[in-house]
Design a protein around this ligand. Structure first.
Ligand SMILES: Nc1ncnc2c1ncn2[C@@H]1O[C@H](COP(=O)(O)OP(=O)(O)O)[C@@H](O)[C@H]1O
Ligand SMILES: [Mg+2]
Length: 257
């Protein structure tokens, strides 16, 4: 039997490659997320960030390589399986059903029911109220459990998605360009949510092409460039300006130094 590491990283991917047809999108990627670690995954458009995420969330199978979650090798990966494992994803323009009340969205697909399948409506509403206060950090008094999703701002919708992930106790929350198309104040809210993930003791992968959003909240930066990991830096080893300089240099010369 393989020797078990008593405290393996939350997620570990090794030698990951992925092609779409003839096009190699990821090659030989080693990627790790620690417990209670926020990873800033950065890189140009087309670098392969979303593809890497989709391998983690079971949308695509890797072409080759291995994925371990909490030390256990994931085989027969699927979107459903990744959710069961405690991985939640917050996409840009998260698909929340606009015509539904907040509480219904929070529990969509995972409704609390009584033995015979009747919905526990009051409990779900009460839990949503608590969620709004404790996890979503909404300050607007106008938002309550019966609010229609339609009436929420883009940032608030992202907040629902993140709050839901925290409620269902996801250990790994993946945010793929969650601030795209949001106003500055909404963006700030999303960034606050990421901070909250850290405070809750959970981990996150935060993808943005805007380093100024990623830098303050991430513990470590992973730079993906044309399908390979170009470099990794702990925040304590690199300033925001240095990281920006490296990204600019990488885009211009294909090298980090
Ligand atoms: N389903 C797919 N089929 C074919 N090509 C894809 C698919 N998904 C992504 N790609 C290609 O893979 C490359 C990386 O894309 P992506 O992972 O979305 O990059 P990023 O998120 O870093 O912008 C791009 O060239 C993109 O066109
Ligand atoms: Mg992307």
């Amino acid at each position: 039997m393989a020797e078990m590491n008593s405290n393996p990283p939350l997620l570990s991917m090794s030698n990951i490659s992925k092609s779409f047809g003839e096009v190699k999108v990821l090659s030989d990627v080693d990627f790790e997320v620690g417990r209670n670690e926020i990873i800033g995954l950065v890189g140009d458009n087309g670098a392969g960030k979303s593809t890497l995420i989709k391998l983690i969330t079971g949308v695509h199978p890797p072409g080759s390589g291995e994925i371990y979650y909490k030390g256990e090798k994931i085989t027969r990966h699927s979107v459903k399986r990744s959710r069961e494992l405690g991985i939640e994803t917050v996409y840009q323009e998260r698909a929340l059903a606009d015509q539904q009340a907040l509480w219904r969205n929070v529990f969509a697909g995972r409704e609390l029911t009584y033995r015979f399948g009747f919905l526990r409506v009051n409990q779900q509403k009460a839990e949503t109220t608590q969620l709004i206060r404790e996890h979503m950090g909404f300050t607007s008094k106008a938002i309550h459990t019966d609010s229609m999703v339609l009436s929420l701002s883009g940032g608030e919708k992202q907040g629902v998605a993140i709050g839901r992930a925290l409620y269902f106790e996801a250990d790994l929350i993946i945010l793929d360009e969650p601030t795209m198309g949001l106003s500055l104040s909404e963006t700030r809210k999303v960034i606050d949510f990421v901070r909250h993930i850290k405070e809750q003791g959970k981990s996150a992968i935060f993808i943005s092409h805007n380093i100024y959003y990623v830098y303050p909240v991430a513990d470590r930066f992973v730079i993906l460039d044309r399908g390979t990991i170009a470099g990794q830096f702990l925040k304590k080893d690199i300033s925001q300006d240095e990281l920006v300089d490296k990204m600019v240099l990488l885009a211009r010369t294909g090298r980090l130094n």
